[in-house]
Design a protein around this ligand. Structure first.
Ligand SMILES: Nc1ncnc2c1ncn2[C@@H]1O[C@H](COP(=O)(O)OP(=O)(O)O)[C@@H](O)[C@H]1O
Ligand SMILES: [Mg+2]
Length: 287
């Protein structure tokens, strides 16, 4: 007998596999572990067999290419300025993870002339048939261009530590998103906690405050402990996930990734074209 539910699940799975999800990784302030998280989360997805591209738009502190000891001949901006095909600016980490280095920020993108922007969109559209996940490591804070860009992505992951300063800035970033009517799902990662109890209390407060004062529901993606393995991995220019797979932080990240992939199985597959379309309208409405 044909199991209809199974047939339906297979159909959804097929659709999921042929779709491309765009994720923006954000934090209220710098130095909270956003880039380290972005690298390791992207790698975790890749290791789960998901075709994943990480694009570094967080210029400033430790760039993705430094975190991975990866030489990248071209930056994201070179693609636009030198009219290069997008494939030529994608670097491969030995793990197989694909990376595009930033070089310059989003302000560059929104300040392009019309022809350059059209070229950028044309190249970007190729990603649809190449990747299941396109992840942006975005700049920290309240940059107007970042917030405009967020209205184009399918979902946001907000990284915060347990420190009041990081939480306050994280909350402010969510507030700005709701104020700008950016209504995408927001997943939270509480990073570098010292006690799980503390992390849980902080999550409870953040979730309650956001629901009560901003009318926004957040989802906890996971909590990651403070772990020397992270510091060591940064020094070694390797992802902690593969550098020290038995470390608490690696086990935590693996659990978080599994949870992410499970909840995603219930979501409608996103349309990459809608991302491109929204970017286009953002460009038009600039100024
Ligand atoms: N879970 C963690 N445990 C210990 N140290 C961490 C952890 N997460 C991040 N760090 C430290 O924080 C530093 C800054 O992280 P990074 O990802 O570059 O910050 P951001 O991108 O938010 O500015 C890292 O170099 C690392 O030393
Ligand atoms: Mg960073």
């Amino acid at each position: 007998m044909v199991d209809q539910a199974e047939a339906l699940r297979n159909k959804v799975r097929k659709l999921q596999e042929s779709s491309t999800r765009v994720i923006g990784i954000l934090s209220g302030k710098g130095g909270v572990g956003k880039s380290v998280f972005a690298v390791n989360f992207a790698l975790a997805l890749h290791r789960h067999g998901k075709k994943t591209l990480l694009i570094d738009l967080d210029i400033g502190m430790a760039n993705v290419d430094i975190l991975l000891n990866l030489y990248t001949a071209y930056h994201f901006v070179d693609m636009i300025d030198k009219r290069l095909p997008i494939e030529s600016v994608i670097a491969q980490h030995p793990s197989g993870l694909s990376i595009i280095s930033g070089g310059s920020g989003l302000s560059h993108l929104f300040n392009l002339d019309e022809e350059s922007f059209r070229f950028f969109l044309e190249q970007f559209a190729h990603l649809k048939r190449m990747y299941e996940y396109v992840i942006f490591d975005l700049p920290a804070g309240f940059n107007a261009d970042t917030h405009r860009f967020l209205s184009a992505v399918h979902e946001v992951i907000l990284v915060t530590t347990t420190e009041p300063t990081s939480l306050a800035d994280g909350y402010a970033a969510i507030k700005l998103m709701t104020k700008n009517h950016i209504d995408v799902p927001i997943f939270c990662v509480i990073n570098r906690y010292d006690s799980l109890q503390e992390a849980k209390r902080i999550w409870f407060n953040l979730e309650q405050t956001t629901a009560r004062f901003l009318g926004k529901t957040l989802t906890l993606l996971g909590t990651l402990p403070r772990d020397r393995a992270v510091v060591q991995a940064v020094k070694n220019q390797k992802p902690f996930l593969t550098g020290d797979p038995k470390a608490k932080v690696s086990i935590g990240l693996e659990a978080l990734t599994k949870k992410y992939l499970q909840q995603e199985a219930y979501q409608a597959p996103p349309s990459f074209d809608s991302f491109i379309h929204r970017l286009k309208s953002l460009f038009r409405s600039k100024g």
